[in-house]
Design a protein around this ligand. Sequence first.
Ligand code: C5P
Length: 233
Amino acid sequence: PKAQPLTGKTIILTAGPTHEIIDPVRYIANRSSGKQGFALASALTEAGAAVTLITGPVSLETPMGVHRINVESARDMHEAVHAQLPADFAIFVAAVADWRTEESSTQKMKKEKGGIPTLKMAENPDILASVAHLKENRPEVVIGFAAETENVIEHGKKKRLRKGCEWIIANNVSHTDQIQKGVVDKDVMDKGVMGGNQNQVHIISDKDVISLPEATKKETAQMIVHEIIRHYA
Ligand code: C5P
């Protein structure tokens, strides 16, 4: 049997995008597939941890042994995370929408009414920062992710201080530029971090930066778990 150095540890992990509803048939979302978060939930469970995976809408199967809670919006995710505390570790992989519409319509907005709607936006709660700054029930280790398109490590270091977490795991998602420009061939999609299967991350702590090699999201998850065990198990 495999060694399970995280046995007895409880972990809350967020993954996927959030959907911010505009009306019953429309929402604002992002390109997150949930793959990196699900791979991490799986690797942590294999290492013996009891993982609660709080995920936005994704089309992925629940990894074996993982307790999954489905949510839709950032506010749902915020509430679910706080309801699951206390935990030993909290790891925030979700691509949470920064903004939602200030109001949502209970009926479908109709084009026939004429005019073009203006969406007034409101800011969503920062779930990671809210947990990292808890005075009571703060997990021993809080880890955030940062998707950056330039100056990845520099931005990651600043983000770690601002959010108040132990680690920021930063990655470069700049391939998505090409996707936005319309160069959406299979090759670019596979290489693109958001939705793709490959990743290359830097683990930023108060002491150092560990740059992991480019690998599949599954391998990246295993390397991250290895570092978590090395530092905290
Ligand atoms: O600020 P930014 O969105 O780049 O921060 C990324 C990190 O913060 C991720 O770990 C993400 O899951 C978390 N986050 C959050 N709630 C938000 C925004 C980001 O938990 N509203």
